[in-house]
Ligand binder design. Structure first.
Ligand code: MG
Length: 395
């Protein structure tokens, strides 16, 4: 049985973890090459350790179409496998913020080490533990990371459509909001025409494309038509496991390649670098296993000479706050997919939108990794709740 909290000794024991299932809805459908997202169930975690409260968010989407995790699967893995392993773990509640951050990452990693895969579910628990530890000491994640920036530049994402007029209209709306960079989702048959129209209208725009792994076989030849457009990068043209194909394509195209879905753990960055499969990677902390894994991936990318920038996952204001802090790390090569006022569920999001102005989002400077949820908003959208505590020692 876990002991009670021991803040006087500088450590607190994970005493309880609650899971909540939030039924959120996107303000508009999110169209990518892999499909359309309209509903957005979100699993959130509330963790108590040494009297401190922390919140975490699981980035898994409704269906396993983008990555192999999905929200209901993550709920079960958290409830039945991850949370029972974390209960009773001692977290460092006192000391230097960076030491507490890295001590917590190590403690959570050790507790969950024998569960394979499931990076998004693990990332949710790590986020909640880090939030509790930093909140207990009144420190912000950005402080623990050594990120001094008050704001970071944000990029907009334009949905996939073969209609050039639609791409131009969506880009115009994004630029009117102040976004510094536009990423257009593409797929075979919906690529050079919409991207070309955007480029003709804005010759100097920082423009990139994301294919979400939809090109294969004969359709790959069409990607050569993107080279004259001066894209900042072409993201994930081929399937996630086709690193050899990406290496061959990178040698043929002038457009820099960026990999996203191919990066499912920090060590994947080493392989991308060794094969020359891309010149940059899109960092998504939840997709590699959390904040600790993201920092590891950044170190590996730098060692391999790869550029890094921060992606996004249709998250609430909590996950976005973590991404914004990571986007403030030195050397990010492009503005991050950090959302803003057009992002998804402003009305419903219990954590609220990340503050956005003039194409930049604010880095969270309050205690913890992000804002606490609004209790009323949380009640309105939470349809399921399960509380997990250490098993009683009595038979
Ligand atoms: Mg992507």
């Amino acid at each position: 049985m876990a002991t009670r909290s021991e803040p006087a000794g500088g450590a607190g024991t994970v005493e309880a973890v609650e899971l909540r299932w939030l039924d959120l809805h996107l303000a508009g459908p999110h169209r990518a090459g892999y499909g359309v997202e309209a509903q957005r169930p979100v699993v959130v975690v509330r963790l108590m350790a040494g009297g401190a409260e922390g919140w975490g968010e699981c980035a898994a989407l409704a269906a396993p179409t983008y990555r192999d995790e999905h929200a209901r699967g993550a709920w079960i893995v958290l409830r039945d496998h991850l949370v029972p392993r974390l209960l009773g773990t001692r977290l460092p509640l006192l000391g230097d913020p960076a030491e507490r951050l890295h001590g917590t990452i190590a403690a959570v990693g050790a507790a969950l080490a024998d569960v394979r895969g499931n990076p998004m579910a693990k990332a949710a628990l790590e986020m909640a533990a880090v939030d509790a530890v930093l909140r207990a000491g009144g420190s912000a994640l950005a402080d623990a990371l050594g990120v001094g920036a008050a704001r970071v530049p944000a990029g907009a994402v334009v949905g996939c459509s073969p209609d050039p007029g639609r791409a131009v209209g969506a880009t115009e709306a994004a630029l009117a909001l102040g976004y510094r960079r536009v990423k257009v989702k593409i797929a075979p048959g919906a690529d050079a025409a919409p991207l070309g129209a955007v480029r003709r209208r804005w010759p100097d725009l920082l423009l990139q494309a994301d294919a979400n792994g939809t090109y294969a076989g004969p359709s790959v030849a069409a990607l050569a038509a993107l080279d004259p457009l001066g894209l900042a990068c072409l993201e994930q043209p081929l399937a996630a496991d086709d690193l050899g194909g990406h290496a061959a394509l990178a040698a043929r195209l002038r457009t820099p390649l960026c990999l996203d879905e191919s990066i499912g753990r920090p060590a994947d960055v080493d392989v991308v670098g060794a094969l020359g499969a891309a010149t940059m990677v899109c960092l998504k902390a939840p997709c590699v296993g959390g904040i600790g894994a993201a920092l590891d991936a950044v170190r590996r990318a730098r060692a391999a000479g790869l550029g890094v920038w921060c992606g996004g996952m249709l998250q609430t204001g909590l996950g976005r706050a973590v991404d914004a802090a990571l986007a403030g790390l030195p050397g990010m090569v492009l503005p991050g997919d950090l959302g803003g006022p057009s992002a998804a569920f402003e009305e419903e999001d219990p954590f609220g939108p990340v503050p956005f102005a003039d194409g930049e989002v604010a880095v969270h400077r309050g205690p913890g990794v992000g804002p606490l949820p609004d209790p009323g908003a949380l009640r309105r959208v939470a349809s399921e709740r399960v509380a997990c505590r250490p098993a009683s020692p009595t038979a």
